[in-house]
Design a protein around this ligand. Sequence first.
Ligand SMILES: *Cc1c(COP(=O)(O)O)cnc(C)c1O
Length: 220
Amino acid sequence: MDAYRKIMVALEPTEGKLVAVSKTHPIETIKALYEKGQRDFGENRHQELVEKYEALPKDIRWHFIGHLQTNKVKYIAPFVYLIHAVDSLKLLKEINKQAQRNDRTIKCLLQFKIAEEDSKYGLELDDFSTAFSANEMAELSNVELIGVMGMATFTDNKAQIRQEFQRLKSIYDQLKADPFKDADQFTEVSMGMSGDYQIALEEGSTMVRVGSLLFGERQY
Ligand SMILES: *Cc1c(COP(=O)(O)O)cnc(C)c1O
């Protein structure tokens, strides 16, 4: 069974979705998976994303999964489906502004820091509660916060990875219970990559972001 089939089988009982992370891989590789029915693809560089968007079928849902600089939002705002890694109010405000300019609403996830490494971006739950006040959020009419995203520590220690995913799920549960916006639309927990997507699904992931397992090693 190929990796794509294997992931689809793992997702079946969970209602989870696969975001195929196609960064660094060519158009033809994406097309081949598109032809098998895959519609959600993830990229982490705005330029590469725009080029691929222009070259590929328009029913692809493009996910921006990397760290997004405020001054790059305008390039992807016309078409991006979901921005996974919002980690500041400043970024969310810019997404709102660019969404308004394009006369659309952009879905976003809040990135939380769950890994022990310092290098990973993301919010702490306390920062979020302080920075993203209900008043501020109410003014952002062109963004829709639909859940959370996180990355576990890069380690072989499965217990640690599981614990980190449990933390993200718990943050999600807390935010959903305390609706700063509309709890009905707050439904997504984006966690799990090639090495840990099975653990992530066991811990409540609704969206796994898988690259190398599907497409092989990345060529930078
Ligand atoms: C590259 C990337 C992935 C995919 O990683 P793989 O280990 O290749 O599956 C997932 N999420 C983010 C945020 C990434 O940057």
